[in-house]
Design a protein around this ligand. Structure first.
Ligand SMILES: [Zn+2]
Length: 587
């Protein structure tokens, strides 16, 4: 057993999540965490909503609300989205807590004390007509990298690159259109080049990473520059240095505070658990492992910047929290497109998680993401393919096996029948299913979820073939053999259900019940309203008790367990849903 940190990307609190978001970070991290817990590891799965930064302030301005009101709204929405998918966070919190502010400021201070944060004079924008500072969000211009004509002073939303206002071509004030004047102003920079050798040496020790992540990270290190970690902005974590603490025009840059969330959420979890030092087991024990889950646009933060922050805080002199572990692995996914197009809320090329869950089951989406999601290539979500996979694989493959084996046993025996002497075919099938704990488990441990679920469904196919070959419905005259075949089939269903539990936890719990099982098989997260630990406002978190539930192992079924006629576990989707759903998209 080992301690495993599952550090999941922090969704930005500017709107509900769409299925592209959750296919990249949400579902894969949950499948992994569920499997690791079942396999006996002590998992800490943390994340939260990322709530600072210019885009939040811009959107709040546009809606005539405060940033705080905006993030309160979307924090709640996102918590509900993730809850609906059954994502088993030990703690899903947010970045506007008192705890997070303290931890961010502590890391800033530690890096500063070690000499890795440097003050630099840069050019900041002021309005010539008023003489006042123009925050980044009020400056717009053409992106020097991709040519997009509405890039903001801190970031281009088209190519995703971070910018400085004075880099924009033809900058203009969004307030009155005037050309800003640039005057000297001071900001803090993280001295990333100072970590280049350590980062390269560390990456040399990483095996098993997806090759694209490793290659991309190495290229980034070749070209490291000091990176600004403060901005001209009012919404964010204050800078914890004398002379800066009280300023309301400068804040810590959102990306710097958000990556620290992995640590602050672990500390918050520990404080809430009653043992405030419990987080150290995942962050300071050299045997502990840390896996970070994200979409590929966030690799730089996790394979270069976050490790630099951890290195710089930990040495030469560790800060007051002590030295911190580097990531074991950065698990990045590619992009999910939709009907051949990029997701876009503004163009209505979007499927929100909440809308999806109103019409379909969470496990139908979880299945699609596992079997056809963007694990190592960009993949496309189409409604036709979603329906096909749901109907042909989930319903006709797995659901049908569950249904016909349980209903035949219920009808003919009213209970799980005992097995007589097993034939060679019976033995072969049971052994093939049991081998799945090894083959599926090994793939899950290596983040090869697509291969893992394909292997699990191949085993389901073998059980279906056994069932058809043995044709227990033809054994009315030989009730003993019929009982044996059904016993073997139900045992196989029981074990297949365990193999599929990390992917399909809702269905797995149901099937557990259909087989006469009681209690929790696949634990689920719950939404709990909590008080801020440092006298801030209360907020909802996702948390749960995941120490209960099935283990990753074969469990013998008990003959004599009463069985009732099963209700269907999965829903077949009508052909009409494809056109209905396409009609919801903008043409
Ligand atoms: Zn751009």
């Amino acid at each position: 057993m080992s301690r495993v940190l599952a550090a999941v990307a922090w969704p930005y609190a500017n709107g509900p999540r769409h299925i592209g978001h959750v296919s990249g970070f949400g579902v894969p991290s949950d499948v992994f965490s569920r499997y690791m817990r079942m396999a006996g590891h002590d998992v800490l799965m943390v994340s939260g909503t990322d709530e600072h930064g210019t885009p939040i302030q811009v959107q709040a301005d546009a809606e005539g609300v405060t940033p705080r009101e905006l993030v309160d709204r979307y924090n709640r929405v996102i918590v509900e989205d993730l809850h609906g998918l059954g994502l088993s966070y030990d703690l899903f919190t947010r970045t506007t807590t008192g705890n997070h502010y303290r931890v961010v400021q502590e890391l800033f201070q530690g890096l500063y004390d070690n000499g890795y944060i440097i003050a630099k004079t840069t050019l900041g924008a002021i309005s010539p007509s008023t003489g006042r500072t123009l925050p980044d969000r009020y400056i717009e211009g053409t992106c020097p990298i991709c040519g997009y004509d509405s890039a903001r002073g801190d970031q281009c939303d088209n190519c995703g690159n971070q910018l400085d206002p004075d880099q924009l071509i033809d900058p203009r004030s969004k307030i009155n259109g005037e050309t800003p004047e640039f005057v000297e102003t001071e900001h803090f920079f993280l001295d990333l080049p100072a970590f280049a050798d350590q980062l390269n040496a560390w990456l040399d020790t990483r095996d098993g990473w997806r090759p694209n992540v490793l290659k991309f990270s190495r290229n980034l290190i070749d070209d490291l520059q000091p990176r600004a970690i403060t901005r001209d902005l009012e919404w964010g974590v204050p800078i914890p240095l004398d002379g800066w603490r009280g300023r309301d025009d400068k804040r810590i840059y959102v990306w710097f505070d958000a990556v620290i969330g992995y640590l602050s959420a672990s500390i918050e979890w520990a404080r809430r658990s009653g043992d405030p030092d419990a987080w150290r087991q995942w962050w300071q024990d050299p045997e502990a492992q840390g896996y970070y889950f994200m979409g590929k646009d966030n690799i730089v933060f996790h394979s270069v910047i976050w490790p630099s922050i951890l290195l710089g805080y930990s040495s030469p002199e560790a800060g007051s929290l002590g030295a911190l572990n580097l990531p074991t692995e950065v698990v990045s996914s590619e992009y999910l497109t939709m009907e051949g197009r990029k997701f876009s809320s503004s163009r209505r090329v979007v499927i929100y998680v909440r809308d999806f869950l109103e019409r379909y089951d969470a496990d139908a989406l979880r299945y699609f993401i596992a079997v056809a999601g963007p694990e190592s290539n960009d993949t496309d979500f189409t409604w036709a393919e979603f329906r096909r996979r749901n109907n042909d694989e989930l319903v006709a493959g797995w659901g049908n096996l569950v249904n016909r084996s349980i209903s035949m046993a219920a009808k003919n025996f009213g209970e799980i029948p005992a097995a007589g002497e097993l034939t060679a075919e019976d033995e072969r099938l049971l052994a093939a299913v049991r081998a799945g704990f090894d083959s599926v488990g090994r793939l899950l441990g290596k983040h090869r979820q697509k291969a893992a679920i394909t292997e699990a469904m191949r085993i389901v196919g073998e059980v279906n073939k056994y069932f058809s070959d043995q044709a227990p419905w033809k054994l009315k005259e030989d009730k003993a053999r019929m009982g044996t075949v059904l016993h073997v089939a139900l045992q196989a269903v029981r074990d297949c259900n365990t193999l599929l539990t990390p992917f399909l936890p809702h269905a797995a719990q149901k099937i557990h019940g259909l087989l006469g099982g009681t209690g929790v098989h696949a634990p689920m997260p719950e939404i709990v309203e909590v008080e801020d630990l440092d006298n801030g406002r209360s907020y909802p978190v996702l948390t749960g008790d995941y120490t209960v539930g099935a283990k990753w192992e074969h469990v013998a079924i008990e003959p004599g367990t009463p069985l009732a006629a099963p209700t269907p576990v999965f829903r077949k989707l009508d052909e009409s849903i494809v056109e209905e759903e396409l009609a919801r998209l903008e043409p």
